[in-house]
Design a protein around this ligand. Structure first.
Ligand code: CAA
Length: 258
């Protein structure tokens, strides 16, 4: 039987996707990215799921796009097939929170995949780099765009132009990751965080994710307008009334995700 490059399981309201090409350090080939996209869309559509975790192995979250697969592609090959656009960008359609649990190498496309997630929990062993320059390539899965937005132009230029690798502590200091945890607790702490998030009202999570992403992509005035409409929409939500009344009654809320 051929090995599946992506493993999917559900734990309560959390969907867990494990990248699984151990011999290639989870290098991201088409089969893996197709399955990752399909798994993300299926979990996003599942009403029993409130948050999604993507993780890799202890040695590598992912070592980047599959260099062996790409080495002989031509310009027309990538144009015609819509490389990256076709399957890597599926993650942008996901409305639920996506958490990356990163141990070991997150390099090139692996770093870019983590950057496309909403929260990055890094194990102490995590290492982040965009080393495409060493191949005379370019970070082409959002790296040149998301990295400067995440850590600023100076640090992003340093990483992209010199292939500088950041350890977890540096990545935390620069704002590339959300939290750093011991390696032995990476999955348990990420799942606990995902559980906590998934218990909140799903429509409120959708709205917050969309509003924060809007901050990346638009001028402040437009973002504020988007946020204001998102806030007004909360008043059409049964969960929002339940949340506020539960607070006032000093009882836990009973969210119906509506
Ligand atoms: N693609 C294909 N195979 C890869 C790979 C990749 N990105 N990264 C590692 N592998 C393979 C290696 O070829 C090796 O295979 P063999 O056992 O058959 O030789 C196996 O995985 C183990 O790798 P190493 O022996 O190199 O392991 P290491 O511990 O010595 O080094 C590493 C680990 C530093 C991550 C090193 O493997 C490495 O530098 N990998 C390449 C990282 C890289 O350049 N990523 C960017 C890719 S381009 C990209 O991502 C473009 C984009 O933006 C979309």
């Amino acid at each position: 039987m051929t090995e599946q490059p992506v493993l999917v399981e559900t734990r309560g309201r959390v969907g867990v996707i494990t990248l699984h090409r151990p011999k290639q350090l989870n290098a991201l080939n088409d089969a893996l990215m197709d399955q990752l996209g399909a798994a993300l869309l299926a979990l996003d559509a599942d009403t029993g799921i409130g948050a999604i975790v993507i993780t890799g192995s202890a040695k590598a979250f992912a070592a980047g796009a599959d260099i062996e697969a790409m080495a002989d592609w031509s310009f027309m090959d990538v144009c015609q097939s819509g490389f990256i656009t076709r399957n890597w960008e599926t993650i942008r359609q996901v409305r639920k929170p996506v958490l990356a649990a990163v141990a070991g190498y997150a390099m090139g496309g692996g770093c870019e995949l983590a950057l496309a997630c909403d929260i990055i929990v890094a194990a102490a062993s995590a290492k982040f780099a965009l080393p495409e320059i060493k191949l005379a390539m370019l970070p082409g899965a959002g790296g040149t765009q998301r990295l400067p937005r995440a850590i600023g132009k100076a640090k992003a230029m340093d990483m992209c132009l010199s292939a500088r690798m950041l350890d977890a502590q540096e990545a935390d200091r620069y704002g590339l990751v959300s939290r750093v945890v011991p390696d032995t607790e990476l999955l348990s702490q990420t799942l606990a965080l995902a559980d906590q998030i998934a218990a909140f009202s799903l429509p409120a999570l959708w709205a917050i994710k969309a509003a924060v992403n809007r901050a990346w992509e638009s001028p402040l005035s437009e973002g504020i307008l988007f946020e204001r409409h998102a806030l007004y929409e909360r008043f059409a939500s049964a969960d929002a009334h339940e949340g506020m009344h539960a607070f006032l009654a000093k009882r836990p809320p009973d969210f119906q995700h509506r």
